[in-house]
Design a protein around this ligand. Sequence first.
Ligand code: C2E
Ligand code: MG
Ligand code: MG
Ligand code: MG
Length: 281
Amino acid sequence: LLKQPFIKQNQGQTLPSSSTIAALKFNPEDIQTGLQQNEFIAYYQPQINLKTGELHGAEALVRWHHPNGLIMPDDFLPLIESNQQILLLTESVIEQALKQMTIWLESGLPPLQISINLSAAYLYELDLPALMTRLLKRYQAPADMITFEITERIGLSDHNQAVSDTLTRLRLKSFSLSIDDFGTGYSSLSQLNQLPFNEIKIDKSFVFHMLSSPISKAIVESSVTLSHQLGVRCVAEGIETEEMKQALCKMGCHIGQGYLYSKALPPDEFLNWTENYISEN
Ligand code: C2E
Ligand code: MG
Ligand code: MG
Ligand code: MG
């Protein structure tokens, strides 16, 4: 089952090159085992309110604790996204994140927003609004603390009615919806127009170069302006230096994350990091 659909279902779309596949340190069959053994672990990267310096929340970023070592999402997501395993992975990450929200509250942290990445592929097969209703009840988490970041790595049509219905139902339930990697690939203005997003997430490739490339700077600046005009939240990822942070803050970008603050951390380290950050700020 796992060997063929990757090629079949993604015909004509961007596929990882054969050299990328050859570089992978696992067999596609391992994914099934990994899911059964709970080897896919959500890490958390802090998100900071750039104006006040307050901790805003965290983005959940999955890592694979493979028996042979840690595997990053870019190395296994293309394979998982090409079949239904993405549904199991999505459910697992959401459940881990909601569990953490409870743990953080019980540890005395202020309520933190949590962002969860969703692949558009197969989104229509996962009854996410129903799943979320069940999970919110189980973990006593409020919908308005949860943001779904949507990317379209493998180019699902933005006209897919089922996806658009799912997203609309989530917004009606007070979840936030973010366009991830804004400005790249399929994450574009037409999506902002057609789908009920209330957050723009500026891609790190623009943030990385905003101080050296006038074009990147212009893209970042106009994305921030666009967010102001639309009345949606603006988040920048990939902030690595104080200068980048200052520039984004001056432009009026609301929220930021990046190695300047921290990389994504395992749950217990995130808790330590957060307690330190709060006591120092
Ligand atoms: P993304 O959602 O755009 O996440 C941002 C990526 O940039 C993350 O890479 C993060 O670790 C990295 N990053 C953040 N700040 C910095 C920085 O200052 N410098 C540098 N060099 N990198 C930074 P990561 O964790 O490898 O994730 C890659 C992509 O995999 C994510 O991009 C997201 O699209 C996807 N992904 C991660 N977790 C999940 C998941 O649970 N479900 C789904 N569907 N996709 C996921
Ligand atoms: Mg993201
Ligand atoms: Mg991104
Ligand atoms: Mg990305």
